[in-house]
Design a binder for this molecule. Structure first.
Ligand code: C5P
Length: 207
């Protein structure tokens, strides 16, 4: 499970990040552990407590998150990418604090790798679950993301329903269509997602 934001350094004291709290990813790690899974949680900078029975690896940037994911991927059956990975990072990190001088400062950004898409593209990919947080047109964007990244399941939510708060309202998108879950606190929602993953994996195995 990946969770939380990433932090992309600009210089030793500044960086680019986002407002992901990590709550949903940590709730999913907890729900997976409760369901009997051996869980490795790769977490960006958050204030969340590590759930019982979960092995946590702390990372800062997207590149570090990708390294941690790939070095722990062997033998994993399920990959759940909840982290809000920064799409871009500064091309170069200044070694010293950038001094104020001109009226303008340009920071050139380069694309970060898409960790989930890279994992899902592997020949021996685990069962891959992605998240889609959208501000509008959720069903179309979530389904497009599922196809583009070749995912078994996408958990879609409207940003106004979930970001930062304790509750969430999600819809699950899989090969059979859209399945809304009842709105609830993030742990209840996570348990519902884990139950859905277990049912899908069971039907994949028996088909
Ligand atoms: O394309 P978008 O960023 O909206 O996709 C969101 C999903 O992809 C989430 O599951 C997120 O964790 C994952 N992701 C990733 N690496 C990125 C960007 C997104 O794993 N660089």
């Amino acid at each position: 499970v990946t969770a939380g934001p990433t932090y992309e350094a600009i210089d030793p004291v500044r960086g680019i990040t986002n407002s992901s709290s990590g709550k949903m990813g940590f709730a999913l790690a907890r729900a997976c552990a409760e369901a009997g899974a051996e869980v490795t949680l790769v977490a960006g900078p958050t204030a969340q407590q590590t759930p019982a029975g979960v092995a946590r690896i702390d990372v800062t940037s997207a590149l570090q998150m990708r390294d941690a994911v790939f070095s722990h991927l062997a033998g994993q059956h399920i990959f759940i990418a909840v982290a809000a990975v920064a799409d871009y990072r500064p091309e170069a990190v200044a070694g010293q604090k950038i001094k104020k001088k001109d009226a303008e400062l340009t920071i050139r950004l380069v694309s970060n790798p898409d960790i989930l898409a890279e994992v899902a593209a592997k020949k021996d990919a685990p069962f891959c679950v992605g998240f889609a947080a959208e501000s509008h047109d959720l069903a179309n964007y979530a389904e497009a993301k599922r196809r583009a990244k070749k995912l078994s399941l996408v958990v879609g939510n409207l940003v106004q329903d979930g970001l930062g708060g304790d509750d969430n309202r999600v819809t699950l998108f899989d090969d059979a269509g859209a399945h809304p879950l009842p709105p609830a606190d993030k742990l209840q929602v996570a348990r519902g997602i884990v139950a859905h993953i277990a049912a899908l994996m069971k039907s994949h195995r028996s088909s």
